[in-house]
Design a binder for this molecule. Structure first.
Ligand SMILES: [Zn+2]
Length: 175
């Protein structure tokens, strides 16, 4: 049987978005994210991060800053949950570079599907922008969740929630 994954955006989903965050001291997990990660982990989903990090090529921080904050994130997750994320995909490019990985394009998700031999239709994506939902649709991801208080223009997610605890409630009823 093919594996399945939860694709996750980072800023605004995993951690509170402070804008071009790269220092561990600024890292705060989003309220309710641990319960969501636990739900998916218990059901054998891989946890794959897909994050636009144009701050690297904009020169706001370096690749090694990004790696350092990623290692910090993994350590904190393991401490809290006993597991970390299974892979981290990131796009360092600015929009001008016209790469195929920057969301709303699906490059990072397609890479994850290939690398882990995933069933896209059994996989989920959790994001806070319509560009996340568009990237999921483009890769054929079966279930998408938009974490946003506002109705957004563009691609319709499977679920829209205004908090992660609200998502946890939906998931409990789902199982
Ligand atoms: Zn890119």
């Amino acid at each position: 049987m093919l594996k399945k994954a939860l694709f996750l955006d980072r800023d605004g989903v995993l951690n509170i978005d402070t804008g071009y965050l790269y220092e561990p001291k600024d890292w705060r997990f989003m309220p309710g994210i641990f319960e969501v990660l636990r739900w998916f982990k218990e059901r054998d989903f891989l946890l794959l991060l897909v994050t636009n990090q144009s701050g690297i090529h904009r020169g706001y921080y370096t690749m090694s800053d990004f790696i350092e904050v990623s290692l910090f994130m993994q350590r904190e997750l393991k401490r809290e949950l006993g597991f970390g994320l299974d892979q981290i995909y990131f796009c360092p490019h600015t929009p001008k570079e016209e790469c195929s990985c920057r969301k709303p394009l699906s490059g990072m998700i397609l890479q994850g599907i290939k690398e882990f031999d995933l069933s896209a239709s059994d996989s989920w994506l959790l994001g806070d922008k319509s560009s996340d939902i568009k990237a999921a649709k483009g890769a054929g991801i079966g279930h998408s969740v938009l974490l946003s208080a506002l109705e957004e223009e563009g691609e319709k997610p499977t679920f829209r929630v205004d908090s992660l605890s609200c998502l946890s409630q939906i998931l409990q009823n789902h199982s």
